[in-house]
Design a protein around this ligand. Structure first.
Ligand code: GTP
Ligand code: MG
Length: 202
């Protein structure tokens, strides 16, 4: 993916992975809705089955490739490579790749994205980060989502952030709510910075 996107077409690929229901689609919807009109955006929607997420993205009026993995709990570079055929790559600036909701398998299958984002939410429990150290070592940015309901589920997002610091002291983290919009601007800024630095690194 990296060769065809970054090298050949100057596209930034942003992979979003994390537990089922953590808010990957909701956050991508927010980011796409707020992106400037000049930014040409596409999405690869990875799911085990169905086209629910793909339909949500199509409602935003952007090109979408729907990838269903059947029994597999993660996207792999081959499936993503095939999905790229659905896009006119010369006409894209940013491609979001939503991985299958899972916190174990995707860690071992890097897709070659410019930026790899792990999305967790407070509803997965205060201990979710320390239970999945490998995933958090293999990403560029962590989003702790659903902070609007943190109190209701009795979770302190700062505790989650402290766990991340133990695993990876350098990893940037943003607290968001895809419902109220809190933290989305900070997420946009972080992503822009990471896209700029990583695109040059590779
Ligand atoms: N309160 C609250 N609900 C949220 C937030 N983000 C997402 N949700 C809700 O959580 C549910 C799951 O959100 P999705 O965006 O579909 O989650 P996902 O990570 O894409 O899920 P999968 O694709 O199935 O892995 C939906 O009902 C969303 O409306 C948030 O920040 N706050
Ligand atoms: Mg989704």
């Amino acid at each position: 993916m990296h060769e065809r996107l970054t090298h050949d077409n100057d596209i930034d690929a942003v992979e979003m992975l994390g537990a089922t229901g953590s808010g990957k689609t909701a956050l991508i919807e927010q980011l796409v809705s707020r992106s400037p009109a000049s930014e040409r955006v596409g999405v690869i929607a990875g799911d085990v089955a169905g086209d629910d997420d793909a339909r949500r993205y199509r409602d935003l009026g952007i090109p979408v490739a729907d990838v269903t993995t059947g029994k597999d709990c993660h996207l792999d570079p081959e499936r993503v490579g095939d999905a790229l055929g659905a896009f006119e790559l010369s006409r894209l600036d940013t491609l979001y790749v939503e991985n299958v909701g899972n916190m174990v398998c995707p860690a071992d299958f890097p897709l070659g994205a410019t930026v790899r984002v792990v999305v967790v939410s407070v509803t997965e429990g205060e201990d979710v980060i320390r239970k999945h150290p490998l995933l958090f070592q293999a990403c560029d940015l962590v989003v702790i989502n659903k902070i609007d309901i943190a109190e209701a589920v009795g979770v302190d997002p700062d505790r989650m952030r402290a766990d991340l610091r133990e695993i990876d002291p350098e990893c940037p983290v943003v607290l968001t709510s895809a419902v109220t919009g809190e933290g989305i601007e900070a997420l946009e800024r972080r992503l822009r910075d990471l896209q700029a630095t990583h695109a040059h690194e590779h």
